[in-house]
Design a protein around this ligand. Sequence first.
Ligand code: XIL
Length: 353
Amino acid sequence: MRLRRATTLLVAALAVAPRPGHADPNDTPLRELPGARELLIGAAVMNNFWSAPDAEEYTRALATHFNALTPENQMKPEHLQPQRDTFRFEAADRFVAFAKEHRMTVHGHTLVWHQQNPGWLENGQWTRPALIAALSNHVATVVHRFKDDIAIWDVVNEAMGDNGKFRESFWTRAIGDEDRDGIPDYIGLAFRFARQADRDCILVYNDYGAENPNAKADAILKMMRDLKRNGTPIDAVGFQFHIKGLKFDFSEFRKNARRFASAGFRIYITEADFAIPPPVTPEKLAAQATLCRDMIRAARAIDGCGGVFWWGLTDRHSWLNSPQFGKGGADGLLLDRDYKPKPCHAAVREALR
Ligand code: XIL
């Protein structure tokens, strides 16, 4: 009798005991929550993470929580085509292999940008046909090579200025706007070359500072509508979401994103971080958590929103830690500098339930 009672108690204790590996609710894998069935939950992944001193912790956290990844730098042109016509795919291949091994979607970043280009491209003396040929060669080679492995590509990144006028760069200067439709021709060409190389991939225009309705968002929406109208294959808009100051109006974002959705575009949140101006305090961590919760709620409420990506995995390795990029603060991600889930991680868990 006593023995049976003890057995019952033991069984009951085991039933409530945390499962090994899930000892702490903090460890609940985000990717296993119901919301992650509708949304990609992604992180930008640092360069050569496989050889970092903390590679083991890094890969465990990445594969535990995320069902998608984007290489933070190593699919940019300076990495993929350092010399003209010499492509280097070793690092990119490792990202893809890691993603496959862990059943993660790859979001490629980025085919065409005014930054992080190899010298031969950015400082070349280009005629219009020669630069179009180089554009075509880069986009076609890269997209074709990964056509079975990369589901989403940022095709053009940050082509719009904050004033709603197109940014000038070596792309606009050499290629111009010969059809005089008000949109620099390299943009539409890049999308066309990408589509020719992969019929199925989701093609994204990605930018910052256009999360809420403003001159820049208006100009991007107009550009995307015009491109679509003239037959350019463009599927989605990426809102970067690098937010400073721990303030953001998500009702404005919902309004803005719905305009893009009504125009037939999918929506991605591509590079989220909510920088904390130092020092980090419990109040600021709580404010950050509210923002992350509201971001996930907004993403789930917007028709056609395909995913939310943070611009990094842990505050230990965030671009905001560099003096150049971290002027408005740092510690903008879900895991702290010791890989511990922060209050914003709990808030995301709650919003994904
Ligand atoms: C950043 C990376 O995080 C840094 O490591 C790199 O030095 C510069 O670029 N918008 C983008 C990203 O589209 O490519 C940028 O990434 C961050 C801003």
